[in-house]
Write a protein that binds this ligand. Structure first.
Ligand SMILES: Nc1ncnc2c1ncn2[C@@H]1O[C@H](COP(=O)(O)OP(=O)(O)OP(=O)(O)O)[C@@H](O)[C@H]1O
Ligand SMILES: [Mg+2]
Length: 512
């Protein structure tokens, strides 16, 4: 490691109207280090790296690269200076292929000056292989799952051969195996002298790969520590200003009757969609008052199962039986699902969960409007109170309920998706990666909330790639492999090893 930093940011400040997103922040990135940037949702992490990556061009303070002051007029300038960025909200073009997305605007050319498609595909394939992603570079990005899109985005950053690589929550949608490969890649890059800025809410990752940790709080630097010296508690203290109690072994009520019963559910699509794993033999039950986890590798079909249960899956021939309460359940669409008391918090908040240009308040109440309406009139005081309650419950950080959702930080957007569904007071709540991108304090809040909801009789079915989350939260864990139920592990026998073995298709003793 050399002493002179690759990048030095000094006195960085950025305001959005009345909100001070960043205030007088100093940050350096040295060659060959992984510099972790931590902080609660809305602390200013993405804003700071948007300044460094040229997305935000008007700000206070200075940036030096290799000791020379620079001023970026846009992201292309930052890339030319050797700074590549994987943003929190992926910006890929759905209608283009993987290869085209990776090399957009800098396609390799033949001697005749036309795009060298074969070379482009070969290079794209090589980058994907580095990441262990088995994807055809010709596939349209729009057909990929969020986790796969994330891999494409990482591949694109690698292809830039940058000297500084910024990753804003790169593992949020990755399964454990992909995370491991990403870390192997990071280790190689670090050895090659690349400086890495790494943002994540997962403390275990930080302990594994960070050489240095800078914590932001309310837009300023709360402290900078050596993760080999500072404990996890020290770091969390810096982040939230208090210690966060983990959620283990809370007293829970006994579960009630079976609410959701799924037997032999299989969907044979009319036209198979590449990359989708439709249910191919799912058996599971969820009692009221119970939290059941869905585990599985990427591509195991967890999202597709939840979508099918919400009436939002692909169309096709169906086999098997699903009942809710005592009645058969086969929703024709989300409306029908909601009418039976089933709500769904999807994985892809930008795509399915939110109207980004609308206000926080509109987003929270719109789908629950009917319950707040008397004879077609919206009861405004009730509406205001309801929104305020939800925002407080989930500790949403928003300047006011009337600002557009698009201006909230990533984790706070996730909380809005959540709030919206809770307002419908469902009997069965389907959740796909509900705490993705949510900070550690808010995560604990959400866990407590889910326990409260379950104790009030709600049935909860929750897919998560974070095994510790499943283990601490769920009464039982259902493991899927290639669209089938391969194991049902009660809390007592569910361990990370048992879940992983089942998820990989190894034989596991079943119990229902
Ligand atoms: N374009 C914008 N317009 C208005 N306010 C914004 C905008 N971008 C960010 N903010 C505000 O700036 C603050 C910091 O947001 P930022 O996205 O940097 O947080 P973060 O630390 O990345 O959080 P998260 O962990 O949730 O991603 C938040 O209060 C956010 O609402
Ligand atoms: Mg962010």
């Amino acid at each position: 490691m050399t002493d002179r930093p690759l990048v030095r940011m000094t006195g960085i400040g950025k305001r959005f109207g009345g909100v001070h997103a960043c205030r007088d922040i100093d940050l350096t990135v040295t060659a060959g280090e992984v510099h972790a940037l931590l902080g609660e949702n809305g602390a200013g992490k993405s804003t700071l790296i948007n300044v460094l990556s040229g997305v935000i061009t008007e700000h206070d303070g200075t940036i030096e690269v290799d000791g020379e002051p620079v001023s970026f007029a846009g992201p292309a300038d930052a890339q030319r200076a050797g700074i590549a960025t994987i943003h929190q909200e992926l910006d890929l073009v759905a209608g283009l292929s993987i290869a085209e997305n990776m090399f957009l605007g800098r396609e390799p050319r033949t001697r005749l000056g036309t795009v060298d498609i074969r070379r482009m595909r070969r290079q794209a394939e090589a980058h994907l292989r580095t990441l262990g992603a088995d994807l055809d570079p010709r596939r349209l990005v729009g057909s990929l799952r969020v986790g796969e899109q994330q891999l494409v985005e990482i591949g694109r950053a690698l292809s830039l051969r940058a000297r500084v690589l910024i990753m804003d929550e790169p593992t949020a949608a990755l399964a454990d195996a992909e995370v491991e490969r990403l870390f192997a890649t990071i280790t190689e890059l670090r050895r090659a002298g690349v400086g890495i800025v790494y943002i994540s809410h997962r403390m275990a990752e930080i302990e594994l790969i960070a050489d240095r940790v800078t914590v932001l709080r309310n837009g300023t630097v709360a402290g900078s520590v050596d993760p080999r010296v500072a404990s996890r508690d020290d770091i969390i203290q810096l982040m939230v200003g208090r210690s966060v109690d983990a959620l283990f072994g809370e007293g829970r009520n006994e579960p009630g009757a079976v609410l959701l019963d799924v037997r032999g559910l299989a969907v044979t699509p009319r036209r198979p969609v590449p990359g989708r794993t439709e249910p191919a033999g799912v058996d599971l039950t969820v009692r009221s008052g119970e939290i059941v986890g869905l585990a599985g590798l990427m591509g195991a079909g967890r999202t597709e199962l939840l979508e099918t249960l919400f009436g939002a899956g692909g169309s096709g021939r169906r086999a098997g039986q699903v009942t809710i309460g005592d009645r058969p359940y086969r929703p024709s669409g989300p409306r029908a699902a909601l009418a039976r008391g089933v709500a769904f918090v999807p994985e892809d908040r930008r795509g399915a969960g939110l109207m980004l240009e609308h206000s926080v308040a509109d987003n929270v109440v719109l789908s629950a409007l009917s319950s707040l309406t008397t004879l077609g009139l919206v009861r405004r005081p009730l509406l205001r109170r309801t929104v305020a309650e939800q925002l407080t419950t989930l500790a949403v950080k928003a300047a006011s309920p009337s600002i557009p959702v698009a201006t909230l930080s990533g984790g706070n957007q996730q909380k809005i998706v959540f709030a919206k569904q809770l307002l419908m007071r469902p009997r069965l709540l389907l959740l796909d990666e509900p705490t993705r991108g949510v900070d550690i304090g808010a995560k604990a809040e959400i866990y407590h909330l889910l326990h409260r909801l379950a104790d009030s009789g709600m049935a909860i079915l929750l897919a998560s790639s974070e095994l510790p989350e499943l283990l601490s939260l769920c009464d039982r864990v259902v493991v899927l492999h290639r669209g089938r139920t391969v194991a049902v592990l009660p809390r007592a026998s569910a361990t990370q090893q048992a879940i992983l073995a089942a998820a990989n298709g190894d034989d596991v003793k079943e119990s229902r």
